[in-house]
Design a protein around this ligand. Structure first.
Ligand SMILES: [Zn+2]
Length: 216
């Protein structure tokens, strides 16, 4: 497996990325590609390497067919990588927000994008009283509610990252947020967690849309 070599400095970084982080980024990208959640080269995926770095998909390309040379290493606090996508700042903001976040996925799935528009005026999608809420880490009962925030979309992802970071610092971080008319960001402790959360979000968004009579 070959990875981007702009990275660095630490002698074991390539090995770490080859053996674990890149494999997890590939797993996320291929799963979401198979689900048809990342049409037309959209979407991006990342996995934390350590407190300072994350392996993340480079800009462009069909992530459903992602190979290791489409993965770069980004400094969580540093300047943007030359091959970073415009949406990388949102990934890195999440890693800064919580050391518990080990992987982040961004998808343009139909259910997420529809839900982001349908519930935009409310500012969130309320998922309540549903068995599959137990798919989210630490949730042990369906007798609960999860409000998934919806932020306005913008072309300026750096400033959006600042807005998201400020808002999420104010309350429970949850497991994801929506960008209106755009898609979903979801995260977890690791790639497996994040995959499970993505699947749960898709099911639950589809369910609340269908309850409103909206075909998905
Ligand atoms: Zn996007």
């Amino acid at each position: 497996m070959k990875v981007d070599e702009l990275t660095g400095t630490s002698s074991n970084i390539r090995e770490i990325v080859n053996d674990a982080s890149a494999r997890d980024v590939l797993a996320l990208a291929h799963h979401c590609g198979a689900k048809d959640w990342i049409p037309a080269t959209s979407g991006n995926f990342s996995v934390r390497i350590d407190s300072r770095r994350a392996a993340i998909t480079a800009s462009g390309g069909d992530k459903a067919k992602l190979a290791a040379d489409g993965i770069i290493i980004a400094d969580i606090d540093g300047p943007a990588h030359a091959r970073a996508s415009a949406e990388a700042p949102l990934h890195l903001a999440l890693y800064r927000l919580s050391p518990e976040i080990g992987a982040v996925a961004h998808v343009h799935s139909m259910a997420a994008t529809l839900a982001s528009l349908q519930f935009q005026n409310a500012g969130h999608v309320r998922l309540a009283g549903l068995e599959l809420l137990k798919a989210f880490r630490g949730t042990t009962t369906y007798e609960t509610a999860l409000d998934v925030p919806i932020f306005d979309n913008t072309q300026d992802m750096d400033s959006l990252a600042v807005v998201v970071e400020k808002r999420l610092k104010k309350g429970p971080l949850g497991f994801g947020f929506l960008l209106a008319g755009h898609g979903l960001y979801a995260w977890g402790r690791d790639a497996a967690d994040t995959l499970r959360h993505l699947d749960a979000f898709d099911y639950l968004f589809t369910l609340v849309l269908k309850l409103k009579g909206i075909p998905v």
